[in-house]
Design a protein around this ligand. Structure first.
Ligand code: AGP
Length: 586
């Protein structure tokens, strides 16, 4: 989840690293740090808080040098303190390391290092790495050999970049189950967890494979080795232009910009390679069993995908939360198709499940937004969402693209016209914003908010609640409407808000009755529907769209509701506390 960037070139490293770090901030933002190799010494600045705070702390500090590293942290081991911020240094100050991931055997390694006299300054798992590297280099190993040795000692998942004053013109990079890319520029190179960090300077990149080590200097040649020390010929790929610097334009936040982009982005699901789409469908049709695997919002898209496959293709499937894949792992074998859905393509829980599926002979097909990404590389075939960079931590436009694309996969005919109708409906539903602001005002002081839906509305109830939790820090629960009377109804008090997702389809009357049960106990009903009803205290009228695409339309006012409630409560909308955009740890 942390963002890491290393630079080696012919210009001052610090401003370049800082610029790259700002673009990586979506990966974590509890603290940040930078190190530059300055005339044979390592100069470090670290600060708790955002990259802006780091920038302020750097002012007036001498950070001159052509080689350096920078890091933005999402804490796993050790609290949010300056000591625990990266980079971490070895005892003699000759080695600095930044890391994303978790070193599972750090306690054992730390014990052994302390017994040898190493002194630790932080509570992090990461700090074992600079101490180990210092020992390797002291024994006379070169950087590459030390990297290979280090990767044999470390258990867990990691993307690591290190510098050493012994080799002041090079970066050491290592990867295992955490994203890491090498950017190849002219007279300068980068190592970063995301191409976004360097795409303004080069769009040529090497995607490091798991269990590889690289030594990167400012020349065109990059030395890449397997964990066994064998040289590997690394392929240089071009990274997408769409990764240009994200711009808020005239919007206050990326999140609201991304909500308003949806009528456009959803249309881009039509840009698919026909052969890939056909292969995708054929794999599903021939499958003995199908599992959707995803986390968070992407899981909710998978729930809708399951309904589409069932209704449109006659295919039975299961949707499994990626971190719970072990409950179905026994079925990952030949003949099984796993549909992995992920905006980032880097979610560790998803990649772990996909790794297991691949190892056992299942076919992996995926829907992914960010490219290149590990999920795309680990899939037999990957469909792209084409939603563009999603900067806000809360997934918005990626969800609508996922659902529209799943619909497209499941329905061969006339989907183009239907996606166009969806675009019109999305345009129109965005005009509900002023009313939604009033609803946000009405619910902002609530202790709890409930979201109810049935059938196609159920995943949207879950998603509406997730958005409100993560953006506004309000307790919210999404429920299958029929489940209310089996327990949660006991929680309803006078004034408790209930958002009723109520499309006019076969579920309409039953869902309405569930709303009435809440109203009878004093609850306040916010109806989201194409049709008004006396039951609703607030009515958010949504436009008509093809029946199976109604969830996409209904979702927009719920995104707006979460956004505006968060704004009214002064929450950090684009960067909710404790969260990160790309969850690359298990
Ligand atoms: C959504 O708003 C969340 N930030 C989160 O649940 C997210 O959907 C989840 O972490 C999965 O991410 P992915 O789509 O990149 O795999």
């Amino acid at each position: 989840m942390c963002g890491i960037i290393g630079f080696v070139g012919r210009e001052e490293a610090a401003p370049i690293l800082l610029e790259g770090l700002k673009r990586l901030e979506y990966r974590g933002y509890d603290s940040a740090g930078i190190v530059v190799v300055d005339r044979g010494a390592l100069r470090v600045v670290k600060e708790v808080g955002t990259v802006d705070k780091l920038e302020a702390a750097m002012a007036g500090v001498r950070l001159e040098g052509l080689v350096g590293l920078a890091h933005t942290r999402w804490a796993t081991h050790g609290g949010v303190t300056r000591e625990n911020a990266h980079p971490h240094l070895s005892c003699d100050g000759s080695v600095a390391v930044i890391h994303n991931g978790i070193i599972e055997n750090f306690a054992e390694l730390k014990g052994a290092l302390e017994a040898k006299g190493h002194v630790f300054r932080s509570q992090t798992d990461t700090e074992v790495i600079p101490h180990l590297l210092e020992d390797c280099l002291r024994e006379g190993m070169d950087l590459a050999t030390a990297g290979v040795e280090l990767s044999s000692l470390l258990k867990g998942q990691f993307a690591i970049v290190a510098v050493s004053t012994k080799f002041p013109s090079s970066l050491l990079a290592m990867r295992r189950n955490a994203p890491l890319m090498i950017g190849i520029g002219r007279g300068e190179n980068f190592v970063a967890s995301d191409a976004l960090a360097f795409v303004d300077r080069t769009n040529r990149a090497i995607f490091m494979d798991d269990d590889t080590v690289a030594v990167v200097s400012n020349g065109p040649e990059v030395k890449v080795l397997s964990s066994g020390g064998q040289p590997i010929k690394a392929e240089v790929v071009e990274v997408a232009h769409e990764l240009s610097k994200p711009d808020k334009e005239n919007y206050e936040h990326f999140t609201i910009k991304e909500i308003f982009e949806q009528p456009t982005t959803v249309g881009r699901v039509l840009d698919q390679d026909a052969g890939t789409l056909t292969f995708f469908r054929r794999e599903l049709q021939n499958a003995k069993r199908v599992f959707f695997i995803a986390s968070g919002t992407s899981y909710h898209a998978g729930m809708l995908g399951r309904l589409f496959l069932s209704e449109n293709m006659g295919i039975y499937s299961e949707v499994v939360v990626a971190s719970e894949f072990r409950s179905v792992e026994g079925w990952f074998k030949e003949g099984t198709v796993v549909i992995a859905i992920s905006q980032s393509g880097e979610t560790a829980d998803v990649l772990t499940a996909v790794g297991s599926a691949r190892a056992q002979g299942a076919t992996v097909v995926s829907l992914v937004n960010r490219t290149p990404s590990t999920l795309e590389r680990y899939s037999d075939v990957a469909l792209k969402l084409n939603a563009g960079t999603e900067v806000g931590v809360a997934a918005t436009k990626s969800l609508t693209a996922q659902v529209a694309l799943l619909y497209r996969v499941s329905k061969k005919d006339s989907e183009e016209k239907e996606i166009e109708r969806l675009q019109e409906a999305l345009d129109s539903v965005l005009t509900t914003e002023p009313l939604v602001v009033k609803v946000a005002e009405a619910i902002k002081a609530s202790k709890d908010v409930y979201f109810l839906g049935r059938g196609l509305g159920y995943p949207i109830a879950l998603e509406g609640a997730l958005k409100l939790k993560e953006l506004a820090y309000l307790h919210a629960e999404g429920l299958a409407a029929g489940e209310l009377k089996h327990g949660p109804l006991a929680l309803i008090e006078r004034g408790t808000p209930l958002v009723l997702i109520n499309p006019v389809d076969e579920t309409y009357e039953e869902t309405l009755s569930n709303g009435a049960e809440v109203k009878a106990r004093g609850g306040t009903i916010v109806g989201v529907s194409t049709q008004s009803n006396r039951l609703y205290d607030w009515f958010i009228k949504v436009p008509e769209a093809p029946r199976q695409l109604m969830p996409v339309v209904e979702m927009v006012p719920l995104q707006l509701l979460a956004y505006h409630t968060a704004r009214l409560l002064n929450a950090d909308v684009d960067k909710p506390r404790n969260l990160a955009k790309s969850v690359t740890v298990k």
